[in-house]
Design a protein around this ligand. Structure first.
Ligand SMILES: NC(=O)c1ccc[n+]([C@@H]2O[C@H](COP(=O)([O-])OP(=O)(O)OC[C@H]3O[C@@H](n4cnc5c(N)ncnc54)[C@H](O)[C@@H]3O)[C@@H](O)[C@H]2O)c1
Length: 350
C-alpha cells in the first residue's frame, strides 16, 4: 500500500476546479495546501478541501509537506512561481502555455534542471482518449505517412461578443487573445501535431492575435520533417457554418468556440475536431466529444475508446505525473515539449 500523495495547488480559478473535481475519483491523493491571490477563493477551497490556505505562493512553498506543486495560475505569472517552487525543491506540474515568452520558458526549464526537480508540462490533450488512441493508430501505421493535420475553431457570437483573456493571462501588446485562439488553445494542437509526427516543425508561418488589439483571424501553418503539414485557423468573433446534422452528443465536457463549457451529454452543434490525413487512411478526432473515426478507404468507421474523457482526463494526467515521480523517470511531457510549442508560437508572431 503506497502512502498518500500530497498536492499543493497554486491558482484556484477555472482550470483548478476541473483538476480538483477529477482528483476526487483517485485514491491516495490529498490536496494539503492551496493558494490564490484572491483571499475568498483561497479560503473557500481551503475549507472545502480541509487544506491549509494562503494568498502568497511563497507561504505555501515555505510550509512544504507536498509531493507535487501544481501551478494553475495565468501564463504571465508562471515564471516566478515555477522558479520559486524549483528552488524549494518540489516537482512541478505547470499549466499550458509554460510562459508567454520563450525567454521566460527557457529560464523556467533551466531553473528546474539546476535544482534537479521534475517539470511536468500540462499538455492535457495527450491524455484525451480520442487523441491517445489516434496516436496509437498512427504509430501502428493505420493511416500511412501523415500528409495533412488540421484544426479550426471558427465561430462564436459575432465580433461584439468576442472576449479576450485578461492582461494577467497575456499582457497587452504581446501574444494573446481568446481562450480558443492560437496562443491559449493552439498551443495544445502544436504539441499534439508534433507528437503525432514525432518531432518539432521545421518550418512555421502564421499570424496571431495581439492581446488588447481588435479582433483578427489567426492561423498557423507548420511543415514537419517527414513532409506532413499542420494547419490551424481560429476566429472566435464570428459565427459558425456547421449544419444541424453535423452535431453530436458529447461524450465528454467541451470547451466551445465562444469560451463557454458544455457538460458531458450535451448536444454540440459544432463539436471541435482534429483531422489527420495520411497516405493510406485518415482520422477524425472529436477530442472533447470523445469520439474517433478511421477511414481506410471503406468509409468512416468508429473506433472504440478507453480511458477518461474530459474533464476526468486531468486525473489521468496526475496519475502519470505520480508514476514518474515514484519510479523516478523523466516526465512523459516535460519542459522541452513546452518550449517546442512556445518556440513555434513565437516564430509565428515574428
Ligand atoms: N489544460 C486545460 O484544458 C486548460 C483549461 C483552461 C485553462 N488552462 C490554463 O490554466 C491556467 C489558469 O487558467 P484559468 O482559466 O484557470 O484562469 P483563471 O483566471 O480562471 O484562474 C486563475 C487563478 O489564479 C489566481 N492567481 C493569479 N495570479 C496568482 C498568483 N501570483 N498566485 C496565486 N494565485 C494567482 C487568480 O486569482 C485566479 O483565481 C492558464 O495557464 C491557462 O492557460 C488550461
Amino acid at each position: 500500500m503506497q502512502s498518500q500523495f500530497r498536492l499543493g495547488i497554486i491558482g484556484l480559478g477555472l482550470v483548478a476546479k476541473e483538476h480538483i473535481a477529477a482528483y476526487q475519483e483517485l485514491d491516495g491523493i490529498r490536496i494539503v495546501s492551496v493558494c490564490d491571490v484572491n483571499a475568498d477563493a483561497a479560503r473557500h477551497w481551503g475549507q472545502a478541501l480541509d487544506a491549509a490556505h494562503y494568498t502568497d505562493y511563497r507561504d505555501l512553498l515555505a510550509r512544504g509537506g507536498v509531493d507535487l506543486v501544481l501551478v494553475l495560475t495565468p501564463a504571465s505569472t508562471h515564471r516566478p512561481i515555477v522558479e520559486a517552487a524549483a528552488a524549494a525543491g518540489f516537482p512541478i506540474l505547470c499549466e499550458k502555455p509554460l510562459a508567454v515568452t520563450v525567454e521566460d520558458g527557457v529560464a523556467m526549464v533551466a531553473a528546474c534542471t539546476r535544482h534537479g526537480v521534475k517539470l511536468f508540462y500540462g499538455s492535457i490533450y495527450r491524455y484525451l482518449p480520442a487523441v491517445r488512441t489516434a496516436k496509437a493508430l498512427i504509430d501502428q501505421g493505420a493511416i500511412g505517412n501523415i500528409q495533412v493535420m488540421t484544426e479550426q475553431m471558427i465561430g462564436g457570437n459575432g465580433a461584439a461578443a468576442y472576449r479576450q483573456l485578461a492582461p494577467v493571462h497575456y499582457p497587452h501588446g504581446g501574444p494573446g487573445g481568446s481562450g480558443m485562439g492560437l496562443v491559449d488553445h493552439g498551443v495544445h494542437l502544436i504539441d499534439v501535431f508534433s507528437w503525432f509526427t514525432g518531432g518539432a516543425p521545421v518550418q512555421v508561418m502564421g499570424s496571431g492575435q495581439i492581446s488588447g488589439a481588435p479582433l483578427r483571424s489567426e492561423h498557423l501553418t507548420m511543415r514537419f520533417a517527414g513532409g506532413a503539414m499542420g494547419h490551424l485557423i481560429y476566429n472566435a468573433g464570428t459565427y459558425s457554418t456547421y449544419l444541424p446534422n453535423e452535431g453530436m452528443f458529447s461524450g465528454g465536457m467541451s470547451w466551445l468556440t465562444d469560451g463557454s463549457l458544455a457538460p458531458p451529454g450535451t448536444w454540440l452543434g459544432e463539436p471541435g475536431s482534429i483531422s489527420v490525413h495520411g497516405t493510406t487512411g485518415s482520422l477524425r478526432i472529436f477530442h472533447f466529444a470523445n469520439a474517433l473515426f478511421l477511414n481506410q478507404g471503406k468509409g468512416m468507421r468508429q473506433i472504440a475508446l478507453e480511458g477518461r474523457p474530459c474533464p476526468d482526463h486531468f486525473a489521468t494526467q496526475l496519475e502519470d505525473c505520480i508514476a514518474a515521480i515514484r519510479d523516478d523517470r523523466a516526465p512523459s511531457i516535460g519542459g522541452e515539449d513546452a518550449l517546442r510549442a512556445l518556440r513555434v508560437i513565437e516564430a509565428a508572431y515574428h
